[in-house]
Ligand binder design. Structure first.
Ligand code: IMP
Ligand code: MG
Length: 179
């Protein structure tokens, strides 16, 4: 079935998202004053969150992107591929990894290892969404937008087979339509 035709239920409205992202930006700005952090957005999923979050940052900062692939359709492929590495030199810098969603934690674990190998001063994580199943993570997630049930969600950057990223709310796809 075409994913655009699947039944979707609104989980987080655009208004709620904007309010929460603004709060996160304020919190991060407060904690990183005079630290000149570098935000690293994880492509493609974080592009919309990154854009909104960065516009709510009120301190000096820089940004870069990294691109990985872990999902095919609705399933984690298990192996993470690095498609585009960071371009900035993050040695001795305060890094904030910006993710769309943490599910099993495999992807963020991989990203932490990659960033840590570049000897940053600190690394923290800002994720828009988190699902409860985090068994594989042995580090703290510092900034969390929303905790959501273990459902597959789309919109606000999140995709189903590369589609539906453009929606400005978050929707869950009905489990009976899961393929
Ligand atoms: P993890 O490695 O299982 O934590 O999955 C993280 C990555 O899988 C995220 O960066 C997303 O790109 C993707 N992902 C996980 N859950 C969802 C979802 O519900 N909708 C869309 N993408 C998801
Ligand atoms: Mg993705």
């Amino acid at each position: 079935m075409n994913p655009l035709d699947q039944k979707r239920t609104l989980l987080i409205s655009p208004e709620k998202i904007q309010k929460r992202v603004l709060e996160m930006g304020k919190e991060i700005s407060g904690k990183y004053t005079d630290k000149d952090p570098i935000f690293i957005g994880v492509l493609n999923g974080s592009f919309m969150f990154m854009a909104d979050l960065l516009r709510s940052i009120s301190i000096d900062c820089e940004m870069d992107f990294i691109k990985v692939r872990s999902y095919v359709g609705k399933k984690s492929s298990g192996t993470i591929q690095l498609i585009k590495d960071i371009s900035a030199d993050v040695t001795n810098r305060h890094v904030i990894l910006v993710e769309d969603i943490i599910d099993s934690g495999h992807t963020i674990q991989f990203l932490m290892e990659r960033v840590n190998s570049a000897s940053p001063k600190s690394v923290s994580i800002a994720t828009f969404l988190i699902k409860p199943d985090m068994a594989k993570i042995d580090f703290a997630v510092d900034f969390i937008g929303f905790e959501i049930p273990p459902e597959f969600v789309v919109g606000y950057g999140l995709d189903y087979d590369q589609k539906l990223r453009h929606l400005n709310g978050v929707y869950s796809i009905e489990s009976d339509t899961v393929v």
